[in-house]
Design a protein around this ligand. Structure first.
Ligand code: C2E
Ligand code: MG
Ligand code: MG
Length: 697
């Protein structure tokens, strides 16, 4: 008697043995990869991947078995029964598919291992049908203990294979899964075959319908190669697509879509890596914050498309000409951060700043115009101004803000003391966000008086912020911040609403003048808001004056003019505030239908002492007279001021001479006094002009 195994070990065709090993290894790798893909996929695509993995797994099991058997050059093996051979293939494919299906329908339950068991069992069933298909010239006997041991091992390794893919502990578990598959097939084959005995006999009967060994072998290897190649190509295409999508996602997450430059997230990562790579204590790294100057104007004049084009142009100039080891990112709006390479001398830092400023100022051609901007630069040094990315970026930003205030394309290094002011401003900006909600604002009212009669002609509404910790914060400190962060829209709306309701409740029809910021005026909804506020408060529109400054209308004169006309149609009066401090062009005065001009207090304070101030006040009054616009002078503190203004023909005044800005309760009291006086006098008066006030002030 001869054991089949001993014959396989000693009498074999090395080519077919090699092919069996290759098929099993490649098939195992492919099957486990595809099985992992099945687990990662949902929907109908999952079943497509499952079908492919079942085909590859079943094909691998089946072809390994047959190629290994064919490798055996035994005179006893006559050939294979075609019917049973086909059945064994069907069993291998369907069994493997069923096993993989069961183990992939769950995320973490025991079904993972149950599927693996079915997978292992299908290897065993296929194997024994394959043995049955083998026609030998002798009597073939099978030893049951071997059969049992081989089936158990196939099932255990089958379970291990699915388990390693579905419950990985390290990234090497996928190799464990491949090895388990190989061991499931190999252990079953060798142990089961070790229990097979053939008693040589001369067989009679027909063996005509048996297929030749080598022919079957070649056909199997060919079919399997095509199948595996197709699966490999499919899997590679899928992996390449997934990688491509992954790269795109990564790019989107780390880059600014408009300029294509790295974004804040990428910058943080870069800085972390860059700082941790520094090993030399003497090395310095410069982190520069670069903010474009006049970008707002470019946006206003060229529109957002022009602004975007400029940002792209600056990004291109910078990124294309930076030197090796330098890194650029766009944070937001017109803010760029550039990180220098590690340096040991300060000369590089100055050269770096100059180079960046020169690159930013490269002119851009836009629809026939040459656009050129500059930039304010602030920089911080590692490790002097911070040991981490966040600290350095923060310091560079503060230095940039100081450079912006200084103007003229300054490049400043972070300075703790000097940047404290900027820090205060940021803290104030944060508190400002809660000020409205916490009811911390209050309105004060300052009288406006007729120059000749000294009668009250109106009041200017002035905003006050009662800060819970800092006390009263003057508007000159918080209005620019509110204008910068857009909160002025909300605050301005509150001022107008509160002032209209307050004035509507007064016992005499005194006028109110409310300051309007540029952003409010450029908002197309503003006239509608004013109309609603007047209606709701019941205030006569003739009692409302809106004070606007020249800077508020210069950005987009056409739009501002439209809004002003709409406001005037409501019956509201428009006043030009702070005259003399802006462009103060004759054209502005002619183009805009102002109802009053307010000369800034800067010129009034030196009246009689400074010839230039005298000249400006005089010229303004003459000009206004010729345009038929009344003039009010602000900042009138002395009788001398009043006398000089009266001489020059000024109509109204506002200043400490007649009173400091006062809270609502005081103005209410004062107005009620004026109303009573008016009743006593019983003299009909012009609307808004009531009594003498010098004694009240
Ligand atoms: P403004 O509109 O020119 O207001 C006049 C400023 O001159 C007020 O300062 C007022 O207190 C001050 N003043 C009045 N008379 C005299 C005087 O005789 N001598 C001196 N030295 N100063 C005098 P205030 O209240 O600090 O307001 C400053 C600026 O803040 C205002 O200038 C205005 O531009 C802005 N502002 C105030 N309230 C608001 C508001 O509700 N909205 C907006 N957008 N801006 C406001
Ligand atoms: Mg004003
Ligand atoms: Mg003013």
């Amino acid at each position: 008697m001869l054991t089949v195994l001993s014959c396989i070990a000693f009498e074999h065709d090395p080519l077919f043995v090699f092919l069996a090993v290759v098929i099993l290894t490649v098939g195992a790798v492919l099957t486990m990869r595809l099985y992992a893909r099945v687990r990662r996929t949902n929907g109908s695509l999952k079943y497509m991947w499952l079908l492919l993995s079942g085909l590859i797994a079943g094909g691998t099991i089946w072809s390994t078995h047959f190629v290994a058997m064919i490798a055996y050059e035994s005179p006893f093996i006559l050939g294979y029964d075609l019917g049973l051979t086909v059945i064994s293939l069907i069993v291998a494919v369907s069994g493997a598919t069923a096993g993989l299906l069961i183990s992939s329908v769950t995320r973490s339950s025991i079904l993972i291992e149950v599927g693996g068991l079915v997978f292992g069992a299908s290897i065993a069933v296929m194997h024994f049908i394959g043995i049955e298909a083998m026609k030998v010239s002798g009597i073939l006997t099978v030893s049951m203990p071997y059969v049992f041991a081989s089936v158990v091992l196939a099932c255990v390794f089958g379970m291990l294979a699915t388990n390693r893919v579905a419950r990985p502990v390290t990234r090497y578990c996928k190799y464990g899964a491949v090895l388990s598959f190989i061991l499931a097939v190999a252990s079953l084959h060798f142990i089961a075959m070790a229990g097979v005995d053939v008693m040589p006999l001369r067989l009679d009967g027909s063996i005509n319908d048996l297929v030749s060994n080598r022919l079957v072998g070649i056909a199997i290897v060919f079919t399997m190669s095509v199948l595996m190649l197709s699966a490999m190509i499919t899997y590679s295409i899928d992996s390449a697509n997934a990688q491509d999508a992954d790269n795109k996602l990564h790019h989107v997450a780390h880059h600014d879509p408009m300029t294509g430059l790295p974004n804040r997230r990428a910058l943080d990562r870069y800085l972390d890596a860059r700082l941790s790579s520094i090993t030399n204590d003497n090395a310095r790294i410069v982190v520069m914050n670069c903010n474009l100057t006049r970008f707002k104007e470019v946006n206003e004049v060229l529109g957002y498309s022009g602004g975007d084009a400029l940002l792209r142009h600056v990004a291109k100039c910078l990124s294309e000409h930076l030197e090796q080891g330098e890194f650029i990112a766009r944070l937001s709006g017109d803010e760029f951060v550039i990180v220098g390479r590690p340096v040991y001398n300060r000369g590089y830092i100055l050269e770096f700043c100059k180079r960046v400023q020169k690159l930013v100022s490269q002119p851009m051609s836009w629809r026939g115009k040459d656009i050129r901007v500059g930039c304010s630069v602030g920089y911080a040094l590692y490790p002097d101004h911070g040991s981490g990315g966040v600290e350095l970026l923060d310091a560079a930003e503060r230095a940039m803000r100081r450079a912006k205030v200084e103007g003229g394309n300054a490049a400043l290094c972070y300075d703790e003391d000097k940047d404290q002011q900027i820090r205060d401003r940021s803290a104030l900006a944060m508190d400002l966000r809660n000020a409205l909600k916490n009811d911390e604002f209050e309105l004060y009212y300052q009288l406006q008086n007729d120059v000749g009669t000294r009668a009250v002609t109106g009041t200017e509404v002035l905003l006050r912020w009662n800060h819970p910790k800092r006390g009263k914060v003057p508007p000159s400190q918080f209005i620019p911040i509110a204008e910068e962060n857009g909160l002025i829209l909300e605050i301005g709306a509150w001022v107008l609403r509160t002032a209209c309701h307050e004035a509507a409740g007064w016992s005499a029809p005194v006028k109110i003048a409310v300051n309007i910021a540029q952003v409010q005026l450029s908002d197309s909804k503003f006239p509608g808001f004013v109309e609603r506020t007047l209606k709701r408060s019941g205030l006569d529109p003739a009692r409302l004056e809106l004070e606007i400054t020249e800077t508020g209308i210069i950005a987009d004169t056409t739009h501002a003019l439209q809004i002003i006309h709409q406001l005037k149609r409501l019956g509201v009066r428009i006043v030009m505030d702070d005259y003399g401090t802006g462009y103060s062009s004759l054209a502005t005065l002619q183009a805009f239908p102002f109802d009053k001009i307010k000369i800034d207090r800067e010129f009034v304070k030196d009246l009689g002492r400074n010839r230039q101030s005298d000249a400006i006040v005089k010229a303004t009054i003459i000009l206004a007279e010729s345009l038929d616009i009344p003039v009010l002078a602000e900042g009138v503190e002395t009788e001398e001021h009043l006398r000089l203004l009266a001489e020059q023909g000024c109509n109204e005044v506002q200043g400490f001479l007649f009173g400091q800005p006062m809270p609502a309760s005081d103005i209410r009291f004062l107005v009620s006094g004026l109303a009573a006086e008016r009743l006593e006098d019983n003299i009909p008066r012009e609307a808004g002009k009531i009594s003498l006030v010098s004694q009240v002030a």
